[in-house]
Ligand binder design. Structure first.
Ligand SMILES: [Zn+2]
Length: 302
């Protein structure tokens, strides 16, 4: 084990093996300097998985998800979904409709459940449960869902083996340092024929390949960067038997257009629908491991 950074309070030691496939053949890929502190991305020569290396410590990661993360006051931030819930609901409701084609009812777990907006949509058909690392967001959703939302992680939750029919990880897996542990834990938590839904970026997409280290997806909270190929491989190794990939998402264009209206200030803003529609249809172009954009959603059945 060696250290590339001198400030041990900010970084873990360098990881010597690929967190996804275990190979020792890892190479430095990008040095991302547009954030402070800067960070490095390595790539596994065996499976193509990219990951932050060395990684921020657990304390640094936890600090990333305070109130500033959701209010946009932090350098690295995310929108507060409570302000756009009516619009996001268009996408959440449609996603639930598609999930129901695989699994119609039962206990649903959203890992990274944030303020619980998606859980509200899921509660039409499922008994909603959540795991949320951010106390700021998780404690808010506990006002609605009580103990069914666990403020913590997949490593310290109270839920039992085979308890869930559906588990969703929407833009979550890239935040985890050890995705294989998470995929195995979800497999343990699912009942037979249960569904795991994953939405994360496909770094084999042309968009990611052309932009390289300047791709905006490289950000401090993202520790893991997958391709369609290595993520489906990891899912198969973790025991999932049916794996289906959707480009760019598993539902159509209309819910996305409706959701986009949250940012509209004038009728002129409807022009952005052209851009959204173009992206949606271009994203459908894929062949073997080639994909036109990095958007993908995976449905994996236990
Ligand atoms: Zn690997």
């Amino acid at each position: 084990m060696s250290k590339r950074k001198t400030d041990a309070t900010l970084y873990y030691d360098t990881v010597g093996r690929c967190p996804l496939c275990g190979s020792r053949h890892i190479r430095h890929r990008y040095h991302i300097i547009r954030y402070a502190p800067s960070f490095d991305i390595d790539r596994c020569s065996a499976c193509g998985f990219m990951f932050m290396n060395p990684r921020f410590t657990g304390n640094v990661i936890k600090q990333l998800y305070g109130e500033g993360y959701y209010s946009g006051t932090s350098e690295y931030s995310y929108h507060d979904e409570r302000q756009t819930e009516t619009y996001s609901r268009q996408v959440w409701d449609r996603r639930i409709d598609v999930i129901r084609r695989s699994v119609a009812s039962g206990n649903l777990l959203d890992v990274g459940s944030s303020f619980g907006g998606f859980l509200k949509a899921a509660s039409r058909y499922y008994v909603p449960h959540g795991i949320e690392m951010s106390a700021y967001a998780g404690e808010y959703s506990q006002q609605t869902f009580g103990d069914r939302v666990h403020v913590g992680t997949l490593e310290d939750h109270p839920f039992g083996c085979g308890y869930f029919s559906v588990i969703t990880m929407i833009e979550l897996l890239e935040h985890l340092p050890d995705p294989v542990v998470a995929l195995k834990e979800c497999h343990r938590l699912l009942r037979d024929n249960g569904l795991l839904l994953i939405q994360t970026a496909n770094m084999d997409g042309i968009q990611a390949r052309i932009l390289g280290g300047s791709y905006a997806y490289f950000m401090p909270g993202h520790l893991s960067y997958f391709t369609k190929k290595n993520l489906t491989m990891a899912l198969a190794l973790c025991g999932y038997r049916t794996i289906k990939v959707f480009y760019p998402v598993e539902f159509g264009l209309l819910p996305k257009l409706k959701k986009s209206r949250y940012a509209f200030a004038s009728p002129w803003d409807y022009r952005t629908w052209l851009r959204i529609a173009a992206y949606h249809y271009i994203s459908k172009i894929h062949f073997l491991n080639f994909a036109a954009t990095s958007s993908m959603v995976i449905y994996a059945i236990k």
